[in-house]
Design a protein around this ligand. Structure first.
Ligand SMILES: C[S@@+](CC[C@H](N)C(=O)[O-])C[C@H]1O[C@@H](n2cnc3c(N)ncnc32)[C@H](O)[C@@H]1O
Length: 269
């Protein structure tokens, strides 16, 4: 199981979405109190970047995952804005942003219906809702949103170019696309080309790998305790790998730079 998680992006494209469905099902079974609301590696921040970020207890517990969302959407003006998040997972980022910055509306989309049902029950915030759908075929009309958010999800999609074209289609001409993901150094140019072909211009781009490594370093003990508490022994190694705890191959490849992590703010050409 650990090997499957480790080699996820090298698996045939056809098994990626079914695998996510199984993974979400496992998490729903194990996370009985519904605390696991984030599924990303987190972001530690530049010196002083989050000194003034005061969080309530629930969010403090997920501080580094919250900071990844704050960082990724830092160029968005939330007031009166309608946002879509694609690949929202268990909805923690969507709920934090909707509660804190109060946009007009925030829709979280994920391919897993059990997970979006969990999100709709778990996160009760004004203007926030969750729908089931596929990133490569977004169930929305053209030019509906002022912002699209995508955190650590696009690398999972069988056709990333199609996803970028879909984001372009559903964004208003003045809209912003906030995108963060793990990217192998050799793939960066191809991904930027795909964004360009889809009709986007990069406004800001940042190599955040060191901040992701630092967040994982600080948060590893917490992640491990949480996994040990909730996961049966035979699944633990797979979840350590998924969560990128120190000692996992995922942590190692981030640390050595074999795997990068980038954030982008993009607008339509
Ligand atoms: C690593 S998780 C990140 C979740 C969330 N963004 C976060 O930071 O907590 C990746 C998410 O992408 C979702 N996903 C994978 N393929 C998808 C697709 N084709 N369409 C929509 N969501 C997808 C998975 O179900 C999963 O919830």
């Amino acid at each position: 199981m650990r090997k499957i998680v480790e080699k996820y992006v090298e698996l045939p494209k056809s098994v990626r979405m079914p695998m996510w469905r199984v993974w979400h099902w496992l998490i729903r079974k194990m996370d009985v109190n519904g605390n696991a609301t984030f599924l990303n590696y987190g972001y530690s921040g530049e010196a002083g970047e989050f000194d003034h970020l005061t969080l309530k207890d629930e969010h403090e517990y997920h501080r580094y995952a919250v900071q990844l969302y704050c960082h990724t959407t830092r160029n968005h003006v939330f007031a009166e804005s309608n946002l879509l998040e694609v690949g929202c997972g268990r909805g923690g980022g969507a709920a934090f942003l909707a509660e804190t910055f109060r946009p007009a509306s925030y829709i979280g989309l994920d391919l897993n219906s059990g997970t979006t049902a969990f999100c709709n029950k778990r996160h009760k915030v004004a203007g926030l809702s969750f729908v089931t759908g596929d990133a490569q075929n977004l169930p929305f009309e053209n030019e509906r949103f002022d912002g699209v958010v995508n955190v650590e999800s696009a690398r999972c999609y069988p056709d990333m170019s199609r996803f970028f074209r879909e984001v372009h289609r559903v964004l208003k001409s003045t809209g912003k696309f906030h995108f963060a993901d793990m990217i192998k150094p050799d793939d960066l140019a191809t991904i930027e080309e795909r964004l360009d072909h889809a009709g986007f211009v990069i406004v800001e781009k940042k190599d955040i790998r060191p901040h992701v490594v630092k967040a994982l370093h600080i948060d590893s003990a917490n992640r491990k305790t949480e996994i040990d508490k909730k996961t049966p022994g035979f699944l633990r190694e797979a979840f350590y790998e998924f969560a990128g705890v120190e000692g996992s191959n995922r942590f190692k490849i981030f640390k050595t730079g074999e795997m990068g992590y980038w954030s982008f703010t993009l607008v339509k050409k």
